[in-house]
Design a protein around this ligand. Sequence first.
Ligand SMILES: Nc1ncnc2c1ncn2[C@@H]1O[C@H](COP(=O)(O)OP(=O)(O)O)[C@@H](O)[C@H]1O
Ligand SMILES: [Mg+2]
Length: 249
Amino acid sequence: MKIAISGKGGVGKSTISAIFCEALRELGKRVLAIDSDPSPHLARLLGFPEPEKIVPIAQMTELLEERSGRQGPFYNLNPKVDDLPERFLLERDRIKLMVVGAVQKGGGGCACAENTVLRNLVNALLLEPEDAIVMDMEAGVEHLGRGTIQSVDHLLIVVEPYKGSLETAKKIERLARDIGLENTRIVANKVSTDEDREFIEEGLGVKVFLSIPYDPELRAAERRGGRLYEYCPVAIKELVKDAIKRLEG
Ligand SMILES: Nc1ncnc2c1ncn2[C@@H]1O[C@H](COP(=O)(O)OP(=O)(O)O)[C@@H](O)[C@H]1O
Ligand SMILES: [Mg+2]
């Protein structure tokens, strides 16, 4: 199962990605987490002790081109997650992590090369039934234009109960449909009241797939640092596991 988690900046994509990774692991999956935010946090939220040791996928471009021209070995071989070069991974407790990184160029340059690598990689990876990929996307809509997530099984769009986040969600949904992604679902985050949820459902005209309450423990856990899941309330872990089972159908 390949899941991408998208939405406006600050809505909780990385928090929810971390909880999904850990919940999938507890459900017996082997997880590949991909942090594609240009300023990556997922390693920290997953409690990897030395996040700086990871080599970003951005640098894989060169490696692939060096080895076998533009195509690179991954795209021809139908690789398995186990074939990914260790240099580009951190691994702990059945969770592997890759970081896209970004070569941010001034003057509106794009991170095209690394996103091409990411897209081809995600498209080509052959998953066993026990494999799951969770992609923590960069904020906003740009990744949809690049087709990075064309081959995901589920696109989760995270929204908070405020207008700006709904506007971004609508754009994401529209662009997703343009690239043929039908399986989009709304994850409402930081929901405090029934009105919050109604505001989201009325604003988007669809039912919320998963609703995660506002919980000060999550915020405190992020501030404290270390592995977020250890401080995640059990009720939220259960909500996420239930959502995963529904995704699996
Ligand atoms: N359900 C929640 N309850 C309380 N705080 C949350 C919740 N989800 C996320 N947060 C907090 O919101 C902030 C932004 O979350 P983050 O996951 O970094 O967002 P994003 O990756 O979308 O930019 C962080 O301080 C995080 O701890
Ligand atoms: Mg983030």
